[in-house]
Ligand binder design. Structure first.
Ligand code: PLP
Length: 245
């Protein structure tokens, strides 16, 4: 098991490095986030001990189970799944950043809770750059408006944008998604919003991280290429209506 993870991590780090070289970027600009849905605490701990400190969880239930282990390792924990407002309290407890802010109602509820607890939270705005109905995220044409609204909430610090690229065999279609996220970042920069520092672009996964890095990713979220195939379909994680039978 550990040999498997070590080798996979080396492969991923090589891929990141090669993509950075190709894009003329410094590989220190790109962070590797371990996407750890369905992965047990032991394996996550082992992977983190190989010199990593960034983890992403999709489900509040799993975040709760692994939260204290992650805190004891001082890992940076991002919530990367769809967030229902009734789970905010639990996420605040365990996550250091929420990458999946995709609607104002959610940001507002988060702000209310943070105010009550006298806390602040880093967030990313999730954009549905592939326009697929199955994926969450604000529509690209509404992203700037959402950024401006969320920027008004003083407990929330917008750190960047997040997207899941189109699943496609056609790299140019995938690239279009990532390029759109980068364009939106530039448009947001042009607005010169105070209280907003949108440096991060969280995009790229096991299958498409090279394209994402070429288009400016600062965080790639990798699961299967490190931990192996998952038993649940991704739709379970991306669609709250999907039940495990
Ligand atoms: C699972 C997941 C990933 C990682 O996907 P892999 O294909 O396993 O690398 C990245 N981002 C999100 C939001 C995910 O749910």
């Amino acid at each position: 098991m550990s040999e498997f993870i070590i080798q996979n991590l080396q492969t991923i780090q090589r891929r990141i490095k090669a993509a950075c070289e190709k894009a003329n970027r410094n590989s220190e600009e790109v962070k590797l986030l371990l996407a750890t849905k369905t992965v047990d605490a032991e394996r996550i701990k082992f992977a983190l001990q190989q010199g990593l400190n960034l983890v992403g969880e999709n489900k509040v239930q799993e975040l709760k189970q692994k939260g204290s282990m992650l805190q004891s390792l001082e890992a940076e924990v991002h919530f990367i799944g769809h967030l229902q407002t009734n789970k905010i309290k639990e996420v605040i407890k365990w996550a250091t950043c929420i990458e999946s802010i995709d609607r104002f109602a959610l940001a507002e509820k988060l702000h209310n809770r943070l105010t009550l607890e006298q806390k602040t939270m880093d967030v990313f705005i999730q954009v549905n750059t592939s326009y697929e109905a199955s994926k969450f995220g604000v529509a690209p044409e509404h992203a700037l408006e959402l950024i401006q609204q969320v920027a008004q909430l003083d407990t929330i610090r917008i750190k960047g944008l997040m997207t899941i690229g189109l699943f496609s065999e056609a790299p140019e279609k995938v690239r279009k998604c990532f390029r759109l996220l980068k364009d939106l970042q530039q448009q947001a920069f042009d607005l010169n919003l105070s209280n907003v520092d949108l440096q991060e672009l969280s995009m790229g996964m096991s299958g498409d991280l090279e394209i994402a890095i070429e288009e400016g990713a600062t965080i790639v979220r990798v699961g299967t290429a490190i931990f192996g195939e998952r038993i649940y379909p991704d739709s379970y994680y991306w669609n709250e209506d999907t039940q495990i039978l």
